[in-house]
Design a protein around this ligand. Structure first.
Ligand code: NAD
Length: 245
């Protein structure tokens, strides 16, 4: 049963990643949350402990390939591999294309796409060996619709979709699935920095006329992580109130 297998969630300290950790724990899974912000990871650990449960936390910069791989290695050896991998950590460096600098592009690619590649190649080894795996990548509606001012971000998230579908084709026969969740506007620190005018305009193009909650996304991730979702692979599930249909 997948409950016995380790679930690794990147970007776990806050926002959607934190909600994913809590939802997977609620389902009785063993969860490791990785993030670069030590303080908020500590807060997550205390919250989980107070609720009578346990979460493994690791403070690591996922763009530091050596440190990230070392962290994944130590987790995999302690928990006999990685069963569920949620590549959730993501950043924005928004600028219009004409003003965008190479470092804005590279930084976003490194966190959003390259780190997911590093984690996936690592996790696949034990997933294929154990004949079970669930890879869930947090893409975005920006990948399917485009987003003015976010060409680097949209490219990284579209890259995730292509990578996910390719991995799904490669390892489906090993009982390993790979899917993307593409959130629309979700209320987190990432979206709180957007100007009010952008937020108001966004609500007008969302059929349900509201932003989503982190729990809306976490429940979809938990579903795809479960045994029940074993026949779903290579998909992009938009959790967006109907925005990108
Ligand atoms: P957030 O900024 O609140 O959280 C992202 C987390 O990733 C943070 O805890 C951050 O510390 C961590 N992180 C960033 N760089 C890291 C690094 N180098 N190493 C380790 N950890 C790092 O973001 P969120 O809104 O919770 O978004 C989560 C995911 O969902 C992201 O991939 C984002 O692109 C995607 N998404 C979010 C929305 C939204 O509306 N919030 C919409 C579409 C997609």
């Amino acid at each position: 049963m997948s409950e016995k297998r380790l679930a690794v969630v990147t970007g776990a300290a806050r926002g959607i990643g934190r909600a994913i950790v809590l939802e997977l724990l609620r389902q009785g899974r063993i969860v490791a949350g990785l993030d670069i912000i030590a303080e908020q990871l500590g807060e997550l650990e205390s919250t989980v402990k107070e609720a009578g449960s346990t979460v493994v936390t690791k403070c690591v910069d996922i763009t530091d390939t050596a440190a990230f791989t070392e962290t994944l290695e130590s987790l995999a050896s302690e928990y006999k591999g990685i069963g569920i991998l949620v590549n959730n950590a993501g950043i924005t460096r928004d600028k219009l294309m004409m003003q965008m600098k190479e470092e804005d592009f590279d930084r976003v690619m490194n966190v959003n796409l390259r780190a997911a590649f590093i984690a996936t190649t690592f996790a696949l080894k034990s997933m294929v060996r154990n004949k079970f795996g669930r890879i869930i990548n947090l893409s975005s509606v920006a990948a399917v619709m485009g987003q003015a001012g976010s060409s680097n971000y949209a490219a990284s998230k579209a890259g995730l979709i292509g990578m996910t579908k390719s991995v799904a084709r490669e390892v489906g026969k090993k009982n390993v699935t790979a899917n993307c969740i593409a959130p629309g506007f979700i209320m987190t620190e990432m979206t709180s920095v957007l100007p009010d005018a952008v937020k108001d305009a966004a609500k007008q193009i969302i059929p349900v006329r509201r932003f989503g909650s982190v729990e809306d996304v976490a429940r979809a991730v938990a579903f795809l992580a479960g045994d029940e979702a074993g026949y779903i692979t290579g998909q992009v599930l938009c959790v967006d109130g109907g925005m990108a249909m």
